[in-house]
Design a protein around this ligand. Structure first.
Ligand SMILES: *[C@@H]1O[C@H](CO)[C@@H](O)[C@H](O)[C@H]1NC(C)=O
Ligand SMILES: *[C@@H]1O[C@H](CO)[C@@H](O)[C@H](O)[C@H]1NC(C)=O
Length: 393
């Protein structure tokens, strides 16, 4: 026994030594903690044990998931951890086919209070089909799980992940700062309910680059309390576009400020870029927003501010209290599948101010050749360059 212990210790220290000299160190391979890449064996506890050892490690460490398909239930990967962790996935993580297995926890895979984390590669497949059918059937269903969530995390890199068929939001970022998402692929069918690609809320310094998102709801949704965000090189569609909101669902709500969405392409999405708020009293705001260099291909509402959002019509005679200001749409080109290519429908009592439309060219994809139009209500601002359809400013 003690011999075995010494051996294990030597082994682990050797691995630590390799950790220092080679970047793709295999220090904590989930397989050596009992995980099986056969797609059938429940590997949840093996993953949790590997995480726990890495998290307690006094030097930087590496959790490694080799090739293979691993069946895992809810993974709460909790911090704080002593040193930074690289989580490398070469394999595929799948959720159990029965949606109840993860559907009662809010998150399938959650990193909680971790600072200094990189998650590289891998595919996660939540197999959401059964859950979506339950939702569509109007039965009582569990709340549903987001596939991967970073909660109260700082200094995070998520790179090269593929997320398939989440029950709800695919990638969530909440109460976190300095998070970089790069080169991710997200796929769910266009009719799948609430399967947003990436949802950010109450977070600062989130950067999302070079990602392809095809889903049933927003490709990226930017919720209350999001600040200093940069979104670039996104391919979005199918989906509902990139959205700031929904804002103003409650009265006491953090604002959204300093958001840039640039160099992106939208294909057959329900909307392009939009700001959306409930028609309800609220102290929230959205300001200092830049949408630039965007291509719209047959998009429903390429440019949209909708402050009268009220899906179940339970906000009669109410107006949005959310103050929308300093929003720029610049160099937006392509085609709209609805006639209202530019729609600025702001709050009756809190009009939008400082809206800038610059170098816009949007045509209407219409067999009857009706021209594209601009609709404006309670919005003021400026125009620059050529704006087609004609700006209301
Ligand atoms: C706005 O956000 C960017 C990151 O997207 C950041 O570099 C910049 O400093 C922020 N500006 C202000 C005024 O905070
Ligand atoms: C909002 O627009 C409506 C209709 O155009 C107008 O009657 C109302 O005065 C506007 N609200 C404000 C605060 O300007």
């Amino acid at each position: 026994m003690s011999n075995f212990k010494t051996m294990t210790c030597t082994c682990v220290s050797l691995l630590f030594f390799f950790c220092l000299i080679i970047p793709s160190c295999l220090a904590y391979n989930v397989v050596s903690f009992g995980a099986r890449g056969d797609g059938r064996t429940d590997s949840t506890s093996a993953f949790l044990r590997a995480w726990s050892v890495a998290c307690h490690s006094t030097s930087q460490s590496n959790v490694y998931v080799p090739r293979g398909t691993y069946l895992v239930r809810t993974l709460n990967l909790n911090g704080p951890c002593r040193r930074r962790i690289d989580f490398r996935i070469d394999g595929i993580l799948v959720a159990p086919t029965n949606y109840n297995a993860i559907g009662y926890s809010e998150f399938w895979i959650m990193f909680y209070k971790v600072s200094g984390l990189s998650v590289y590669g891998g595919t996660i497949n939540a197999k959401g089909h059964g859950y979506w059918s339950c939702r569509k059937g109007g039965k009582s269903c569990p709340q549903g799980a987001r596939s991967i969530q970073f909660m109260w995390c700082n200094n995070v890199l998520l790179k090269g992940l593929t997320s398939l068929h989440s029950q709800r939001v695919h990638v969530g970022i909440g109460y976190s700062s300095n998070v970089r998402v790069e080169n991710v692929k997200i796929t769910a069918p266009s009719g799948s309910p609430n399967t947003d690609g990436i949802h950010v809320q109450n977070s600062r310094g989130v950067t999302i680059l070079g990602s392809i998102i095809k889903t049933g709801d927003d490709c990226i949704s930017i919720g209350p309390g999001s600040m200093n965000m940069w979104v670039e090189r996104i391919g979005c569609g199918p989906g509902h576009g990139i959205s700031i909101g929904s804002l103003g669902s409650s009265y006491n709500e953090a604002g959204v400020a300093n958001i840039t969405v640039t160099n992106s392409v939208f294909t057959k999405t329900q909307n392009g870029v939009r700001v959306k708020s409930w028609a309800r009293p609220s102290g929230g705001y959205a300001r200092n927003i830049m949408f630039s260099n965007l291509i719209m291909r047959n998009v429903g509402y390429p440019i949209l501010i909708d402050q009268n959002y009220c899906p179940n019509n339970n906000c009669p005679r109410q107006n949005s209290g959310v103050k929308v200001s300093q929003v720029t749409f610049k160099n937006v080109k392509g085609s709209s599948s609805t006639q209202e290519a530019i729609k600025l429908d702001c709050s009756y009592t809190n009009p939008c101010t400082g809206i800038r439309l610059q170098d816009i060219k949007l045509t209407h994809n219409d067999r009857l050749r009706r021209p594209a139009l601009t609709y404006c209500r309670n919005a003021s601002g400026r125009r620059g360059g050529t704006v087609i359809p004609r700006s209301c400013f």
